[in-house]
Ligand binder design. Structure first.
Ligand code: HPA
Length: 277
């Protein structure tokens, strides 16, 4: 069986060739989550690579995800933007679902920007808020680092402490302030989904110390930590849980709010890329 190292190497070689990267290193990998993929349209000097053409890439099956990799320039930085990600609930193992981060590692990309749509748990939050993730709670039933360790990627027992890099968070806060708004900050709980949470689970998650909940991001951050990359992660709070009993969350509502906040998120990400890290 072909190893993840070889898969990532082959995919990276394909990307390097198609985007004529030569020995150039890209500066940031950006993962665009539900309803946020449009940001990739603003990338200049772009090379667009559908996931189906990239060796070993799975296809994302979720509505709101475009399933392509866009290489180019955004806000003065060279970027590797994933328009759509893979989730555990789609049926992939977490090692498969995070191949995009492994490929970014093989391309020598030091910084990963993760975006997602999330449910708010802090009652002070409002739908449409942006939250910078300061830490996470992994409640997924798997870990992308499970299985034989490949020391070429990173150590057997990596520490995720500091992966949500305070310097990157500070840069994002500066970018938000310059654009005239502020972000929330908090802890993201990653669950497997695809069902949304029950009201009892929402109460439990709040007791555990989570400020937001979603179905992604944690696996990618763990793989980034393993490969010694730094992460900036931003949640678009599309709905606030636990406020009105009997409220039902829908994917349509999640996409609708994500769409409304899109321009603000775009301003945050572009401003962040324009800051010194
Ligand atoms: N729960 C889990 N994931 C989500 C939610 C939610 O309420 N909203 C957007 N993604």
């Amino acid at each position: 069986m072909i190893s993840m190292w070889d898969k990532a190497e082959q995919a990276a070689a394909y990307v390097r060739e198609k985007a004529s990267l030569g020995d150039r290193r890209l500066e940031a990998a950006v993962v665009l989550g539900s309803g946020l993929g449009d940001l990739a349209e603003e990338i200049a000097e772009r090379t667009v690579l559908p996931y189906r053409d990239i060796p070993h890439f799975p296809r994302s099956t979720v509505e709101g995800h475009a399933s392509r990799l866009v290489i180019g320039r955004l806000a003065g930085r060279s970027v590797y933007a994933m328009q759509g990600r893979f989730h555990y609930y789609e049926g992939y193992s977490l090692a498969e679902a995070t191949i995009g981060i492994r490929v970014a590692q093989r391309l020598g990309i030091p910084v990963v920007v993760l975006t997602n749509a999330a449910g708010g748990l802090d009652p002070a939050f409002e739908a449409g808020d942006l939250m910078l993730i300061t830490d996470h709670i992994n409640l997924l039933p798997d870990n992308p680092l499970r299985g034989p360790n490949d020391d070429r990627f990173g150590p057997r027992f990596p520490s995720p402490v500091g992966v949500y890099d305070p310097r990157l968070i500070a840069a994002a806060k500066r970018a938000a302030a310059k654009a005239g708004f502020s972000c929330r900050e908090g802890v993201y709980a990653g669950l497997q989904g695809p069902a949304y949470e029950t009201e009892a689970e929402v109460r439990l998650l709040r007791m555990l110390g989570a400020d937001a909940v979603g179905m992604s991001t944690v696996p990618e951050a763990l793989v980034a930590a393993h490969g010694r990359q730094k992460v900036l992660a931003v949640s678009t709070i599309t709905n606030v849980l636990g406020k009105a009993p009997g409220t039902i969350v829908s994917h349509e509502e999640v996409l609708e709010v994500a769409e409304k906040v899109r321009s603000r998120l775009a301003a945050l990400l572009k401003g962040f890329l324009g800051e010194a890290w």
